[in-house]
Design a protein around this ligand. Structure first.
Ligand code: HEC
Ligand code: HEC
Length: 501
């Protein structure tokens, strides 16, 4: 949402400071900590305290060496706690599903950066594995700093759980006032952010984990009791008794709550969820040299006049040396084209509106949020085979063409309706078209303008995105001097609009 996004460096700095202070307050509350699978790591969330966006850094482009290497503050790589070890067993246990054939890892595969292991837009699930989910799975990696869902920096301050509807109403009014003023101001960072799922509807990893367990199109258990019975019959049931008391198996609610907590601990503690072993991490630490294309790509990614990607997919180390996660965890309506391949979209009246429904219901009346989805991390993004909340694109080239052409040549992005009229923002009812971001570059251009990115820029940005793949180096194994160039090649395919699929 452009209104909230500050483009000038100074204003963004001011906003960053506000967020910094707000975040410190936000995480001061014990309430919040309890909600976040009790992790001290959350306290370290300072993502918003990014410095001003980087301008072109010719030094980087010319020799590929990071002129300002940093010693990153990486999460500790300790042995897993007993609870997290139990969580790991459940994470990989297909016996916990109704079909007996599906575990969390079926859709979130560690070998693919906890992305799906295949190119299917929607993953199969259900009691007989004959049903399809509704959205492409998100990666489970790099959630260790994810804060709970909130609107505005003071969301976590309330004693009682915040009334999101009230907050949203206030935020909505501010948003409209700003919109007519036509300028972004640092005074109203009342933007939805945080949470889990594409629409932020799960508050914590613990609460999230129960959703797939009981979802009829995923692991398809019919009740908490059924999940509890499976846990009680599992080869690791004795560990529950050891950790949570002899009587735990007789209390289905408590048993399942502890089990989901344990899965959350696994996701927070295990280094495989946040390895920071990409070439970009090595480069940040001065231990790798970017190729000319990668360095140019980084520059275009950061440049507010070019890709402007880093405005939302944060790319800089935070002032307290936390590595960037390539998301600000905020929600945006990008106007991604409708994906006619989704079974639900056969009904022209069905719309996945993200924050305002249908899968989350608490913000249904806050129509200023209709069409907004979370900004996903771009780490390991090329391990994904479908992109955006509706999986409309299958290559990074298509994604980049979308960003580059949506404002200047929408006829290359959206199909035409039966009358030959261009179906702009065709995955959103017309009433919500005003929510679509038209102020953040590269969306701030007009029809017929020169696109922000050249073909070369796009290829370079994709080359840079490949440097976000984990597995380039292992912490501790990086030798002084430079590592060999990444062997990954840039995949290029011609652009297909949604209508051609
Ligand atoms: C059938 C496939 C499937 C299975 C099995 C599955 N998930 Fe997911 N997962 C998804 C989909 C699809 C989403 C995105 C859904 C949405 O946004 O509405 C998701 C999202 C998530 C998220 C949110 C990630 C984020 O960045 O916000 C977490 C965490 C998660 N799953 C954990 C789990 C755990 C733990 C299990 C096992 C108990 C599990 N999943 C089993 C498909 C699956
Ligand atoms: C205004 C904020 C914003 C800007 C600027 C932005 N993005 Fe995004 N990005 C998002 C949001 C929000 C989504 C998810 C949108 C959806 O699914 O509806 C997204 C999704 C993506 C995805 C798909 C990821 C996945 O897992 O499905 C890629 C790839 C991506 N962005 C790359 C880029 C690149 C490259 C740029 C610069 C050219 C860029 N983004 C600029 C907010 C932004």
């Amino acid at each position: 949402m452009a209104l909230f996004r500050i483009s000038s460096g100074a204003a963004r700095g001011a906003l960053a400071t506000r967020f910094h202070q707000a975040a410190a307050r936000w995480f001061g509350g014990s309430l919040c900590l309890a909600a976040m699978v009790g992790t001290g790591l959350v306290l370290a969330w300072m993502n918003h305290a990014q410095a001003a966006p980087v301008a072109s850094d010719t030094a980087v482009v010319s020799n590929g060496i990071n002129p300002h290497p940093v010693e990153l503050r990486l999460p500790p790589d300790r042995p897993l706690s007993a609870v997290a070890q139990l969580g790991r067993r459940m994470f990989f246990d297909p016996a916990l599903s109704a079909s007996g054939r599906q575990s969390c890892a079926s859709c979130h595969d560690p070998a693919h950066g906890y992305n799906p292991p295949n190119g299917q837009t929607l993953q199969p699930g259900g009691a007989r594995m004959g049903q399809l989910g509704f959205r492409p799975p998100l990666s489970l990696a790099y959630l260790y700093r994810q804060q709970p869902f909130g609107i505005g920096p003071d969301a976590g301050e309330a004693e009682a759980p915040a009334n999101l509807d009230t907050l949203a109403r206030t935020a909505g009014q501010t948003a409209r006032a700003q919109k007519s003023a036509g300028t972004a101001s640092a005074s109203a960072p009342l933007v939805p952010m945080g949470g889990l799922f594409w629409d932020g509807r799960a508050a914590s990893l613990q609460r999230q984990a129960l959703v797939p367990m009981l979802n009829p199109v995923e692991m398809a258990n019919t009740s908490i009791e059924q999940v509890a019975a499976k846990l009680a019959a599992s080869p690791y049931h004795a560990q529950f008794q050891q950790l949570f008391g002899e009587g735990i198996l007789a209390h289905p609610d408590r048993l399942v709550a502890e089990a989901m907590f344990a899965i959350g601990r696994f996701e927070i503690e295990d280094a495989s969820f946040h390895p920071f072993t990409s070439k970009y991490d090595a480069w940040l630490q001065g231990k790798a040299r970017l190729s000319a294309a990668e360095a140019r790509g980084l520059d275009r990614f950061n440049d507010p006049q070019k890709g402007n990607c880093a405005a939302c997919h944060l790319s800089k180390v935070t002032p307290d040396r936390l590595p960037p996660l390539f998301t600000d965890t905020q929600y945006e309506a990008l106007g991604v084209p409708r994906n006619p391949a989704l079974p639900r979209n056969r009904d022209p009246h069905f719309h996945d509106l993200g924050l305002c429904g249908p899968f989350r219901t608490d913000l249904a009346r806050q129509t200023q949020y209709c069409g907004m989805f979370v900004t996903p991390t771009l780490r390991n993004v090329d391990r994904r085979q479908v992109f955006f909340h509706n999986g409309v694109y299958r290559t990074l080239r298509q994604v980049l063409d979308f960003y580059n052409l949506r404002a200047v040549a929408p006829e290359k992005v959206y199909p035409r309706d039966a009358n030959g009229t261009l179906a702009l923002y065709d995955d959103l009812p017309a009433a919500y078209h005003a929510n679509v971001d038209t102020t953040d570059a590269p969306f701030d251009r007009h029809i017929g303008d020169t696109p922000a990115l050249t073909d070369q820029d796009i290829r370079d940005i994709i080359a840079f995105l490949h440097t976000l793949d984990d597995g380039y180096s292992r912490p501790g194994l990086i030798q002084p001097g430079f590592l060999p160039q990444s062997t990954l090649t840039t995949t290029q395919r011609p652009f297909h609009s949604a209508s051609s699929k």
